[in-house]
Design a protein around this ligand. Structure first.
Ligand code: URA
Length: 417
């Protein structure tokens, strides 16, 4: 089906008026845009109309399905295959811990991941700190590793939901990213193309996330769950606080190191709690009644097995980190705020232009968390730089607020009811 210019214009008019598209209309639009048969201008106008007037669940499901069908798709034929996705944050190393943990407890985890986007980190970038590790697995290789080892973390290749890549690039240029149906369809189209029958979605909310408030995160979570279920998937949604970095570390190698510590049952309790909640949701969603999985030597061994299957030589990953500098508490009191967005931006900016090995080992580690008591002059954040000092220490210091009273505590993670 091609879409003529007048037909495209009526679709824009219809959406501008807030009317509902049919499945055929959405399929025609997605198909024509993906094949390059309509140019960016009318599609940009349509995207803006969607941003302003929204889409129904039925329309969002049609858009998701059409984008998922625009490229390669995987099929599994195994009900215990599960995928997970996080809407992204700072210090979010959860995948590295939750994936082997769920696999060790019996799930088959087919995790398709992305790279760093803006101030948020990318799972693939963290994994690639392991010498030799490959994330560009072919679809067949990915599939066979998931079934043999129990888990794989691979790059979502260009052939998976190519329509989403085109739409996303145009949305980025036209200020049309911020739309619940468009975000839901974008995220889910890649998960639907990946084929897992069970999907766990970790929706972050807070200053370091796309969704600023718990209510916005709940809305996105509900839409994604409803759309996924309409498309025949089992979906669980977990909501996670992103008003401060999730793990103590921000930076690829530091986050990998902290994830390895968490896998053995150590490291930051926050990372362990969220990884635990996500792994439990994956098992439940995969239909496994394995109970609550445990972090410890078996989970660590599963990670080692997965990394080795992807060519990684974990024993060559240097886990000795020495901070170059630190920022100190300017006064005594309680840590009230550590702005995750600033931390993410500072690390991303410091890495830019560095040789890859140095970029990977650049980062921050929190010595204090929100709610901790500090004395004036005590180190709050350690700074890791392998070459000349590049991180903007003044901005870093300004990202921490210390006050006389402890802040109200926030719930770290909960399931969407
Ligand atoms: N992540 C995605 O993959 N797509 C969006 O639209 C937003 C976040």
């Amino acid at each position: 089906v091609t879409l003529s210019a007048p037909a495209m214009r009526s679709l824009i008019e219809k959406k501008r008026a807030g009317l509902e598209h049919s499945r055929e209309e959405i399929e025609a639009l997605v198909g024509a845009f993906t094949r390059g048969e309509i140019d960016d201008a009318p599609v940009a106008a349509w995207l803006m109309a969607v941003c302003v007037t929204g889409m129904t669940l039925a329309e969002t499901a049609h858009l998701t399905a059409a984008m998922a069908a625009s490229g390669d798709t995987l099929t599994w034929g195994d009900a215990s295959v599960v995928d997970k996705h996080s809407t992204g944050g700072v210090g979010d190393a959860v995948t590295l811990v939750a994936v082997p943990l769920a696999a060790e407890a019996g799930a088959k985890v087919a995790k398709l991941s992305g790279r760093a986007l803006g101030h948020t980190g990318g799972t693939l970038d963290k994994l690639e700190c392991i010498p030799g590790l490959r994330v560009d697995l072919g679809l067949e290789e990915f599939k066979s590793q998931v079934l043999r080892v129990g888990c794989a973390v691979a790059a979502a290749t260009a052939s998976l939901a190519p329509a989403d890549k085109k739409f996303y690039a145009l949305r980025d240029r036209t200020a049309t990213i911020a739309s619940v149906p468009l975000i839901a369809a974008s995220i889910l189209s890649k998960k639907i193309a990946g084929g897992a029958p069970a999907i766990v979605l970790d929706v972050k909310h807070g200053t370091g996330a796309f969704m600023k408030t718990p209510a916005e995160a709940e809305e996105l979570g509900r839409v994604m769950r409803d759309v996924g279920e309409r498309l025949g998937k089992r979906v669980r949604v977990v909501l996670t606080d992103m008003n401060e970095p999730l793990a103590d570390s921000v930076g690829d190698a530091l986050e990998l190191d902290e994830a390895l510590a968490a896998l053995s049952g150590g490291g930051s309790p926050r990372l362990r709690s969220v990884a635990h909640a996500i792994a439990a949701a994956m098992l439940e969603c995969a239909g496994l009644k394995s109970g609550i999985p445990h972090l410890g030597p078996e989970a660590f061994a599963k990670f080692v097995e997965m990394a080795a299957a992807q060519g990684g030589r974990l024993d060559e990953f240097d886990r000795a980190f020495k901070p170059a500098r630190f920022i100190a508490a300017p006064s005594s009191g309680y840590v009230q705020r550590i702005d995750p967005r600033t931390l993410g931006e500072l690390v991303a900016a410091s890495k830019a232009g560095l040789p890859i090995e140095q970029a990977r080992r650049t980062g921050l580690r929190l010595r204090k968390r929100t709610g901790d008591k500090v004395e004036r002059g005590e180190p709050v954040i350690d700074v890791f730089e392998t070459g000349a000092p590049i991180l903007d220490l003044e901005r870093l210091a300004a990202s921490v607020t210390i006050g006389a009273d402890p802040p109200a505590s926030r719930q770290l993670v909960r399931a969407l009811a």
